[in-house]
Design a binder for this molecule. Structure first.
Ligand code: GP9
Ligand code: MN
Length: 659
């Protein structure tokens, strides 16, 4: 008996080793080339660096992605490995390009938005760098090797006699055991480092889901895609898993928030502009750093600078968008909720219930319209705007493209036609939202529209950006003239803000632009700050308000002016005009309350982040202890927002409020 077992064990090992010789070189080459690329990508992402855990998870992920090829015959295996190399290389390259633009990783919801890629073509080309060819350098080699195997095997099969060994045993030793070994090795390399970190510094990371970068730092890139797919499947296919605790947490959160929101009702501006028209402009990629600045002796934004002097201006206003870009800005400002950690709420949850400006104002008797000279399906606007209860969505079909610029219509004509559309409706009061587009990345304006002399920045993307800001500014100037001519200026509240940053992160260019070095905190602030102004009839209350505020506060601010209580709605923001205090929370878990400014670390642990004291104007680094409580509260805000959106809780709250 013992002797038999010994023979079996010997044969087993021998068989396994014999089996091994059929798969090794293909998978080894794939693992080597993928590890090289993943390492290179990590270097370019620059968000935490490689450590031995990341090497392990990366290797584990490639083994799991490729172990199944062992079951195939030699020819199918060679072809499959070459195709796998091609597919994974494309994925990594797509991630790289996406990261250069969004500072984030591709997720399943983003892929579901992939229909929009066509429009981004110019941006994509501008993000490709000469050295990127290296990502595909091994592909010809992989296919040449596959070709060689094909050729060799077909030559061999002509000369070989059929092997009459027992097929079941052969399968076991040559395929099943090696495949199981590789699978187990891949699984262990992936599972243990993740588990180890999850029980250590990354505790709560996968529950909170507040930012993809720390998740990537634990799982590696391929691991992130695996996790993201699992997360999506769980959310969409395995039922509503809302816990009683999460529900209670969301309820408590809103009870607290409503108390803060209530404060505005006893403040002087409350209801001062009841019944006035509201004209909101959401300007594409419009950032704060061009406001009040000159280049080549000329103001970049002369019209906005003048308007700011006649308006309430918030120089410390931040965009809070994430992967959903323009649609996130729209969601934040109109519906006063945080964007999702992945994808766009417009696309993922367009059927859910939200309390957004158009539906709130409609219930107050307003005519509500939204204007955007682009395809109505982009960012799923047709569906979302219907859900937000806009009376009408004027999209590309409703505009004459008489000034083609970039993706569609030049902003001057867009504004002119928007005012015509409002005039035709003859309805008041109205709430209208205009979303501009001319200043979209990569900011290439026709030569004849480039009016500024941008000096050394000529021919750079930042130079093009500044030109396009100047172009949009002049469109705003003409719009104001137009509104005045139509007699709308004096009974309309005008709001102007930028939707998000410009995706230009070449700091040398900014240093050239500012003529001085840019500090780390400045980099973060430059990316996050967009202008925000409210012009009130008769230039009322014009002045600068230094308070730190964000896009999420926009609708409550309008409600403050129009005298609509925020209490019976579900809005996460607070009126910017109220004395009530709260922080501005960013999707990565960063925040500022005007006294401190917190930049989270790539591992997401609050005490590892950087805390700045910004109260005195010196922006000095301070003890993280001053930011930890704020960072915890920011995480809570984000997670409540996610719970409410993902589980359609506003619908539930509305139902309960009716009872
Ligand atoms: C397209 C426009 C641009 O309709 O809103 O979207 P973005 O690429 O900036 O998110
Ligand atoms: Mn945009």
């Amino acid at each position: 008996m013992l002797a038999q077992l010994q023979t079996a064990a010997r044969k087993g090992l021998y068989g396994a080793l014999r089996g091994l010789r059929f798969w090794p070189w293909g998978i080894t080459l794939l693992v080597a080339s993928m590890l090289y690329k993943l390492n290179e990508l990590d270097h370019q992402f620059n968000v935490g660096g490689m450590n031995y855990w990341k090497w392990a998870v990366n290797m584990g992920a490639v083994l799991l992605a490729s172990f199944w090829t062992i079951f195939l015959g030699p020819r199918a295996k060679a072809i499959s490995l070459a195709l796998l190399d091609l597919a994974l290389s494309f994925l990594l390259f797509a991630d790289l390009i996406y990261f250069r633009y969004f500072k984030d990783f591709i997720s399943v919801p983003v892929l579901l938005q992939a229909g929009q890629v066509g429009e981004l073509q110019a941006s994509i080309w501008s993000l490709i760098e000469p050295g990127d060819w290296l990502f595909f350098a091994d592909i010809p080699v992989a296919f040449a090797l596959a070709g060689w195997v094909l050729w060799r095997r077909s030559a061999k099969s002509r000369s070989l006699t059929i092997d009459s060994g027992k097929p079941a045993l052969k399968f076991l030793w040559r395929k099943f055991i090696p495949a199981a070994l590789i699978f187990a090795m891949g699984w262990a390399l992936l599972y243990y480092p993740i588990q180890e970190q999850k029980n250590g510094w990354a505790r709560g990371l996968f529950v909170g889901n507040w930012w993809n970068v720390p998740i990537y730092n634990v799982t590696g890139l391929l691991g992130f895609h695996g996790y993201d797919t699992y997360r999506y499947a769980k959310e969409h296919w395995f039922g509503d898993n809302l816990s009683e605790e999460q529900l209670q947490e969301a309820k408590n959160w809103f009870t607290e928030r409503k108390q803060l929101q209530k404060q505005m009702e006893s403040e002087p501006l409350f209801g001062q502009y009841k019944g006035k028209n509201v004209f909101v402009i959401q300007a594409e990629a419009f950032q704060e750093f061009v406001i009040g600045q000159s280049i080549g002796g000329e103001e970049i934004t002369p019209n906005l600078n003048e308007l700011i002097g006649q308006s309430i201006y918030f120089p410390n206003f931040y965009h809070q968008t994430a992967q959903g870009r323009t649609s996130d800005a729209d969601f934040l400002t109109s519906c006063s909720m945080h964007p999702l950690p992945t994808g766009s709420a417009f696309i993922r949850f367009a059927g859910n219930e939200f309390d957004c400006a158009p539906s709130i104002l409609k219930s107050e008797g307003y005519d509500t319209t939204v204007h955007h000279a682009y395809d109505g399906s982009f960012w799923n606007r047709n569906n979302m705007y219907h859900n937000m209860k806009y009376d009408q969505f004027y999209n590309i079909k409703d505009f004459t493209i008489d000034q083609p610029i970039g993706w569609s219509l030049g902003d001057p004509s867009f504004f002119r036609q928007t005012v015509e559309q409002l005039k035709e409706r003859q309805k008041s009061p109205f709430y209208s939202m205009s979303i501009t587009l001319s200043s979209h990345h990569p900011f290439k304006l026709p030569y004849s529209n480039q009016e500024l002399d941008v000096g050394d920045l000529q021919g750079t993307i930042l130079g093009d950006y500044v030109q396009s800001m100047h172009y949009v500014d002049s469109a705003v100037g003409s719009l104001i003239e137009d509104l005045k001519e139509e007699g709308l200026w004096e009974n309309t509240i005008l709001v102007f803000y930028g939707d998000h940053d410009n995706s230009v992160y070449d700091w040398k260019l900014y240093e050239q632009y500012f003529g001085k070095p840019v500090s780390d905190i400045d980099k973060d602030r430059i990316v996050r700050k967009v202008p925000f102004l409210i012009h009130l009839p008769n230039d009322d209350n014009a002045g600068v308000v230094d308070k730190a505020v964000g896009q999420i506060d926009t609708t409550p601010t309008l409600m403050h002016l129009l005298g609509i209580p925020a209490n019976d709605r579900y809005l996460m923001g607070i009126s910017m005009l109220s004395e009530a205090k709260k922080s501005v929370v960013f999707r990565n878990g960063g925040f500022t309350d005007g006294n401190v400014y917190f930049v989270p670390s790539a591992d997401g642990i609050a005490s590892n982040g950087t805390c700045y004291d910004v109260s005195g104007g010196n922006d000095e680094k301070t003890d993280t202890a001053s930011c930890v409580a704020g960072a915890e509260s920011a995480k809570r805000d984000l997670s409540v927002s996610d719970t409410v959106i993902e589980h359609d809780l506003i619908a539930k709250f509305h139902e309960e409020d009716k009872e």
